[in-house]
Design a protein around this ligand. Structure first.
Ligand code: ATP
Ligand code: MG
Ligand code: FE
Length: 352
């Protein structure tokens, strides 16, 4: 069985062909970074237009790279939410048209399920496992119990860390996307020069907050600018190091708690990390150490599959087909919000 996956919920227009043994036959990602760089963040209207322009091209390219035609495809799996609604609508409409024109079954999947199920495609990780999803738009702990069974253990109550990295970079005049820029600058910085808070660590549970960190960083920057009239390279490096350290501390401590809560119910199994922020080396190392201490195996999908891509959407569709659940039809609708909770049924479904 080979499934076509289509993703357009944020700033990547992507299509991929995946076989049910987890083999990725092709994965084409057109990232729109250049279009949004000037604004320091994703502009929804620009994103939606760019998706609409590119969806057919990335799909054609995915087919060509796999040496296939639509005839060999068992299903079209498309992100039906959550995400920037204009982009999600573009993808859903495109997939519906393709399905209508060819008669190939349509599956609308939850974007977060795509991220959360990726370790099964890449590493064959068995249920149940713990997932930390940490990206530009999301930050949450999920117990992944089955292909359509997710339990949220906690998450951010305000900004996602990737967004905070991006805003930090913007605040310090670094490039976009901010994560890699901040990480690079932090390499030569002293994380202790600016003591930043560790929000919510004093409270029990797995919820996190990152907007206070950003405010503290802005204050530190403003003080420097007022005193010196600007920022030196060293100031920037120290601020980045302080921010990265605080973010990693919060995420790692909350991950310890999530592992304890998960292990109390299911025993220690595997913790998987996905999302663009999982690319951060300092964070990765800290999480790896914490996992080892807690007796969990650690896995992080390859970076290309950590950030938004079509392969994970194809895979979520494969999991859905395998579980024997019904496919969708042309009434499938795009959902800007779609929590991945156990109670939010149907989880991988159309969300009607
Ligand atoms: P979504 O949240 O819907 O999954 P997204 O596009 O916001 O989509 P991703 O594509 O998974 O998220 O990841 C992008 C985010 O990851 C950006 O905010 C970026 O700054 C951050 N990021 C990328 N590399 C790093 C890094 N090395 N360190 C920290 N953050 C990083
Ligand atoms: Mg992205
Ligand atoms: Fe994503």
């Amino acid at each position: 069985m080979i499934v076509l996956g289509i993703e357009s919920s944020c700033d990547e227009t992507a299509a991929a062909l995946v076989r049910d043994d987890g083999t990725i036959l092709s994965s084409v990602i057109y990232d729109q970074m250049d279009l949004h760089a000037a604004y320091g963040g994703v502009v929804p209207e620009i994103a939606a237009r760019a998706h609409a322009e590119r969806l057919d091209l990335v799909t054609e390219q995915a087919l060509a790279e796999a040496g296939m035609t639509l005839g060999g495809i068992s299903a079209i799996s498309v992100t039906a939410g959550p995400g920037l609604i204009g982009g999600v609508v573009s993808g859903v409409m495109f997939a519906k048209g393709l399905s209508r024109g060819t008669g190939i079954p349509l599956i609308g999947v939850n974007h977060l399920a795509g991220h959360a199920l990726t370790p099964r495609m890449t590493d064959g990780v068995a249920f149940p496992y713990l997932m930390l999803l940490v990206s530009g738009g999301h930050c949450q702990f999920l117990s992944v119990l089955g292909p359509d069974q997710f339990q949220r253990l906690g998450g951010t109550i305000d900004d996602a860390p990737g967004e905070a990295f991006d805003k930090t970079a913007k605040l310090l005049g670094l490039g976009y996307p901010g994560g890699p820029e901040v990480e690079r600058a932090a390499l030569t910085g002293d994380p202790r020069r600016f003591p930043l808070p560790r929000p919510l660590l004093d409270r029990p549970g797995c919820d996190m907050s990152f907007s206070g960190l950003k405010t503290a960083l802005r204050r530190a920057r403003d003080t420097l600018v007022a005193e010196q009239g600007g920022l030196t390279q060293a100031d920037r490096a120290d601020l980045c190091a302080a921010f990265q350290d605080a973010t990693a501390d919060v995420l790692t401590e909350k991950t310890r708690r999530a592992m304890a809560a998960f292990a109390a119910e299911h025993g220690p199994t595997t913790i998987a990390v996905a999302g663009g922020v999982a690319a951060n080396r300092a964070l990765r190392t800290a999480l790896q150490d914490a996992a080892a201490e807690a007796g969990f195996a650690f896995t992080a999908p390859p970076l290309k599959l950590c950030t938004d891509n079509g392969a994970m959407i194809a895979w979520a569709g494969i999991e859905r087909l395998r579980s024997g659940e019904a496919v969708d039809d042309l009434t499938l609708s795009a959902r800007p919000r779609w929590p991945l909770d156990r109670d939010a049924a149907p989880l991988l479904g159309s969300g009607k």
